[in-house]
Design a protein around this ligand. Structure first.
Ligand SMILES: *[C@@H]1O[C@H](CO)[C@@H](O)[C@H](O)[C@H]1NC(C)=O
Length: 124
């Protein structure tokens, strides 16, 4: 993984992750409500997508105690439910400063006053 840090090399990885985890990688009990199909996120740099990734890293710290620094969002998919599911591939670094990749799924209600981190797991 360390030797394949150029973003272009990560694209096949990204797509395989999204294939390997068609339900967001969640255990059945953590699966968010389903309805529409997942669509690609066109602009991972979008301020709202960035805010969701920051929320995921912050919430992951609250839930697990693991402190990570968000580096970037590599890509993702979104799904209309009663609200929206966002499935993001993010790069974040722990105490060592070395970037690792994570899959984060954030559920957000339509009026955006409610968010929940339903999946946060390392991509190995
Ligand atoms: C957030 O998601 C988790 C996992 O799906 C779930 O167990 C929990 O009840 C949710 N929290 C709220 C406030 O909906």
């Amino acid at each position: 993984m360390r030797t394949l840090s150029h973003p272009l090399f990560l694209l096949p990885l990204l797509f395989s992750v999204l294939l390997i985890f068609p339900n967001g990688g969640a255990a059945a009990s953590r699966k968010p409500p389903l309805s529409g199909a997942y669509e690609p996120i066109q602009d991972p740099e979008d301020a709202h997508i960035q805010a969701l990734a920051k929320y995921a890293v912050r919430q992951h710290k609250k839930e697990s105690g693991e402190s990570l620094v968000l580096n970037r969002v590599l890509g993702g998919q979104q799904q209309v439910v009663a609200g929206m599911n966002y499935r993001l591939v993010i790069g974040a670094a722990g105490w060592s400063g070395v970037e690792e990749l994570y899959l984060a799924v954030v559920y957000e209600k339509p009026w955006k006053t409610f968010r929940n981190l339903t999946v946060f797991e390392p991509i190995v």
